[in-house]
Write a protein that binds this ligand. Structure first.
Ligand SMILES: [Zn+2]
Length: 245
């Protein structure tokens, strides 16, 4: 019985560590998607990280909110310092400690996202699109625009100020499903995953070709077994890696 107490303690410590990292990530760094999570799900359907193919180009859209009141297309810019610009300028300026950096006007960038989305949803010509550009509170927004260029903490009230009905329940559902089915993000991630596996196999083969054990890094030596020769790890019996030759 007593032997279980240290095991329980270790499990408890591990669980606490796990949750601590989780809680810290949640409270410490609010993300746009974690804020959007608080929207009423019967009125707003949220899609994060959407990759669409349109006119031969792929477009990555940070957040799409399909609602009774139209579609919100949200671009998050994780910048700090002064953000200076105007509605139509090609570039905006980030001023930070007297240093100036150019950034492509996010309103224009998001306009491109909306265009791609319109292409994908051409059978819904009456949809109202709302562009929202989000900066974290560590930025100091100094732009004068008609488009919503806002701080993350004002995102929910900005979305909720639009109250004119634009989409029916059915349209909302169909549009959500259509964008989900066109979203290439999963395919992209799957491809990345396959590539990682291939790289792991390649690394293993390279190690074996260099006569190194891919599991522990010790030398591989030729051994003579009951059924013929094989390559075995020098650390045997601690490491049981072997390969038939
Ligand atoms: Zn080994």
């Amino acid at each position: 019985m007593e032997i279980f107490i240290p095991i329980l303690l270790i499990l408890l410590i591990l669980a606490l560590r796990f949750f601590k990292a989780d809680i810290k990530g949640f409270v410490g760094e609010k993300t746009t998607s974690s804020v959007l999570f608080f929207l009423n799900k019967s009125k707003y359907k949220v899609l994060n990280d959407v990759i669409l193919k349109s006119g031969g180009y792929t477009t990555q859209i940070d957040h799409i909110v399909i609602s009774d009141f139209g579609i919100f297309v949200i671009e998050t810019k994780n910048y700090k310092g002064w953000i200076v610009g105007s509605e139509n300028a090609e570039f905006w300026t980030q001023v930070i400690y007297r240093r100036k950096e150019k950034l492509y006007n996010p309103i224009r960038q998001n306009f491109g996202h909306i265009k791609a989305l319109k292409n994908c949803l051409h059978e819904y010509p009456n949809v109202v699109y709302k562009s929202i550009i989000v900066f974290p509170s560590k930025a100091d927004i100094k732009v004068n625009t008609t488009t919503d260029v806002i701080y993350l903490q004002n995102l929910l009230e900005t979305i909720r100020k639009y109250s004119q009905i634009n989409l029916s329940e059915t349209d909302k559902e169909n549009i959500y499903n259509k964008i989900s089915s066109l979203n290439l993000a999963e395919t992209f991630n799957k491809r990345k995953h396959v590539k990682a596996i291939k790289q792991r196999i390649q690394k293993r083969e390279n190690a074996i070709n260099a006569n190194k054990c891919p599991r522990c890094g010790n030398d591989l030596i030729m051994r003579n077994g009951k059924y013929g020769n094989f390559l075995g790890c020098k650390s045997y019996p601690y490491c049981k890696f072997l390969r038939n030759v």
